[in-house]
Design a protein around this ligand. Structure first.
Ligand code: UDP
Length: 408
């Protein structure tokens, strides 16, 4: 079959057998038209994944389209409550009336079937799970659960489960998030991978990185701790500030950056979290917040991830943290938590650290700030780990695998 120049660029990073396996699978899928349905045009992991997959799959002659379902404020509120239950395992349930209102809105959101023609429908995220049930023409359909559902609230899980029969396949980003007792033949893990060729992940000269950070108001002569993440309570940015404060007692010059510049339209809680955090920062000029997507684009994220002295990811829930993979690729040993995805992504003490406790995470942060050789050693292993497991070709292979399973 025709070569994909985009995929062939990976010859320098991955085994030829992996690329051959991708070509072989793609051959049977050429000519297919896939329609992805999700709630955000840009911002967040789902948009990131689709942007990474599309250029290669289109070179295989697999056409990919996206239909964005814009939810209104009330629906976003419902979604926020549902994610708290599914991901956070908070107690309680959503009132039946709210479920009915949300379903009614979803049932009125899609245009005529003729305008959504596709061979395969891929529905992303928990809140859109009812789609295949509401639109029976949407067949065959796959559902992708992108959040951390390792410990779901049973009411919320049952709410989602009632819609799953209408899907041919359910995909999760880690095995730990797969609901109990789903039929194995209808379940698949799609390993998420990053594209090292886009501006956010591409090599960058230190001089250029320093220029970018200085332009954003960072003092590049002083140590910098960073967390790159949406302003979301499940990313636990408060602990980032706590760790910074403790580290500052030992190293007074240290600064911290919280980088969450996203336009995720459904992220209603973001400004609330940001305001609370700004209060928590108490005007400390060494705590830097970045929330403007016009100011923070690929190159800026790259500079923060590559040239910060320590990268933290303090999530209290995380299905799979792309930001962690991105930072590891840039040679950063990430100080993460023991949450679902990060436990799978980071090998504690080998290519980063896993610790939930603020004191322990501060100790790792100080170790990395003070011991350059340690940072270099773990960082090298972090880069290598991503090369072996989490680059785009791995995701393409599992994605094609999923399509193959539902393609009749
Ligand atoms: N991101 C970004 N700019 C920011 C913060 C995050 O481009 O200011 C990107 C980040 O690089 C990553 C994605 O948004 O590619 C977030 O994905 P992740 O899986 O870490 O978290 P999610 O937002 O899906 O929960």
């Amino acid at each position: 079959m025709k070569r994909s120049p985009q995929l062939d660029r990976y010859q320098q990073y991955v085994d030829k057998t992996l690329l051959d396996a991708i070509y072989q699978k793609a051959q049977a899928l050429t000519g297919l038209h896939i329609l992805h349905l999700n709630t955000t045009e840009t911002g967040g992991g789902v948009a990131e994944i689709l942007e990474a997959l599309t250029p290669v799959t289109e070179e295989f002659g697999i056409e990919q389209d996206r239909h964005i379902i814009q939810l209104d404020e009330q629906s976003n509120h419902f979604t926020g409550r549902l994610v708290d239950l599914l991901q956070g395992n908070l107690p309680g349930d959503i009132p039946e009336k709210e479920k009915r209102i949300f379903l009614k809105k979803l049932s009125e959101t899609l245009p005529h079937p003729e305008e959504c023609q596709a061979d395969i429908y891929y529905v992303h995220d928990f809140q859109l799970a009812p789609l295949a049930h509401l639109y029976p023409w949407m067949q065959p359909a796959l559902w992708f659960c992108h959040i951390d559902t390792a410990h779901p609230n049973p009411n919320a899980e049952n709410y989602i489960r009632q819609y799953l029969d209408d899907y041919e396949l359910y995909t999760f980003n880690t095995a730990l998030s797969v609901f109990d007792n789903l039929l194995p033949q209808k379940t698949q893990v799609v390993t998420l991978g990053i594209d090292p060729f886009i501006e956010k992940n591409a090599p960058m000269e230190k001089e250029r990185g320093m220029e970018v950070l200085a332009r954003l108001g960072i003092d590049t002569q002083r140590p910098l701790i960073t967390q790159v993440s949406r302003f979301d309570k499940w990313k636990n940015p408060w602990q980032v500030i706590d760790i910074y404060r403790q580290a500052k007692q030992q190293i007074p010059q240290v600064q911290v950056a919280l980088v969450g510049a996203m336009e995720a339209a459904d992220d209603i809680g973001a400004s609330e979290v940001l305001h609370k955090l700004q209060d928590y920062a108490k005007g400390d000029p060494d705590i830097h917040f970045f929330y403007d997507p016009k100011q923070i684009q690929g190159e800026e994220v790259n500079a923060f991830q590559r040239f910060s002295d320590v990268i933290l990811q303090r999530s209290s829930r995380e299905g799979f943290g792309l930001t962690v993979t991105e930072a590891m690729w840039k040679g950063q040993p990430v100080v993460g938590t023991s949450v679902t995805g990060l436990r799978a992504q980071i090998e504690d003490g080998t290519n980063g650290y896993i610790s939930d406790d603020t004191d322990a995470a501060t100790k790792h942060t100080l170790d990395l700030l003070q011991d350059r050789a340690l940072k270099q050693k773990l960082g090298k292993q972090a880069h290598e780990h991503v090369r072996e497991h989490y680059l785009l070709p791995m995701m393409i292979l599992s994605y094609l695998d999923a399509l193959e399973k539902v393609h009749q």
